[in-house]
Design a protein around this ligand. Sequence first.
Ligand code: ADP
Ligand code: GLC
Length: 485
Amino acid sequence: MTIRVLSVASEAVPLVKTGGLADVAGALPAAVAPHGVEMTTFLPGYPAVMKALSRPRALHTWDNLLGEKARLVGGKIDGHPLLALDAPAFFQRDGNPYVDSSGRDWADNWRRFAAFGRAAADVGGCMVKGREFDLVHAHDWQAAMALAYLRFSPPDGGKRVPSVMTIHNMAFQGHYGADVFPALGLPPHAWAMDGVEYHGGVGFLKAGLEAASMITTVSPTYAREIRTAQFGMGLEGLIVSRADRVIGIVNGIDTVQWNPATDIQLPQAYGQLSLGKRVANKRALEAEFGLEASDGPLFIAVTRLTWQKGIDVLLECIDHLVGTGGRLALLGSGDKAMENAFDAAAMRHPGKVGVRIGYDEGLSHRMQGGGDAILVPSRFEPCGLTQLYGLAYGCVPVVARTGGLADTVIDANLAAVMGGVATGVQFDGVNYASLADAISRTVTLYWQRDTWRAMQRAGMKTDFSWNRSGRAYADLYAALIAEDQ
Ligand code: ADP
Ligand code: GLC
């Protein structure tokens, strides 16, 4: 029997992406399909989403969805069913799904994503005729209220369904003042410590975590880390109290989009047995970043420029990196002060450091295909995808030992190198000394050409497809549905 899942997310490739959540929400339907799951993705009707739906027909209408009119419309996303919440007052805005053009959160984000949650609960709770679901899977705080509505205010005439809440990033929780509670349309008893109340206000992610049948996060190590104050960001107590309901399932990557043998973004395609061809990509990348051509190590970084990513520490290490004979190409955007600081570093090291501020999917592929090593010095990293792309492309990851980075990269210690299983470099603690040391180790390994080749090959051989994790999600859905009956 096919299991029908409603996956509720605020972004999904190829329609809308600000980070890894979109990659994962976009990949999940195909990942679980071979395991008997039909996944429907539910997205807010942003301009890009509505544009992708040709002449959408209303499947349901709301006259008053947290104060606004809304319609449910349907279509396809990469061949899988898509539903969108067409609510122009909430989602027909230019720019980013979460922030305005000056980078500030939209002031009504609580209402926008509560409305999205309310609608998702109605749809997932089977209020819409002809659209039946067996389980609701919500991603991050923007979708979390769906589970609170299902718990405290299920749709009339609907059906009870089990739920999964996935944490892609504990740093974003959706906290609002107590004053928004009355407008949410929840019954008074939802205002409780094990409900939506959080430190005197409303916590969206918190509400979802309390309501979910099962909590997942995107790597086993992060699932353990969030039980501690350092990583739990205030929700560690809740995670500990529900520990028997928390598991980590590591993300896969889209191996069609990310395959160096067929990637149309690359000047030169290559595979494990033709790594020598990568040099053409390296030359092209150097030219693209205005770097001098050299056989020395070329480090890359593709990242949001935020505290999470340890990018400030990378900035401190730039002189050291250049001192070891390395060069750096960085693509990123985010914090304005960090953007300026990287531009300044590029001016200081002409030919050695190249910086591109912005978001550029194609360039991110060319960097993985031409760079020698990718730096990921994150302070915390629920899973991380760029190190996985690095592994697939023979761009050796240099990562902090945390979250999914710890779970997916095998450090080149002596035993791992001797055993031929090393795939990258890990370091403990995100600070100048540890990152500088990791960069030095990487440069040493780079010049041991046979060892380096073996590391590249071991990385490329690793299975980071969705096969295993797709099955893990499908098994979880089946178990929760069985438990509920
Ligand atoms: P996070 O979701 O925390 O930002 P991930 O590593 O899970 O981290 O995912 C980031 C995704 O966004 C990857 O697909 C990465 O290639 C992409 N990415 C990040 N910054 C940029 C950028 N400036 N240009 C292009 N792609 C980027
Ligand atoms: C978040 C995390 C990242 C993870 C991604 C997809 O944005 O920061 O580590 O890979 O979600 O799960």
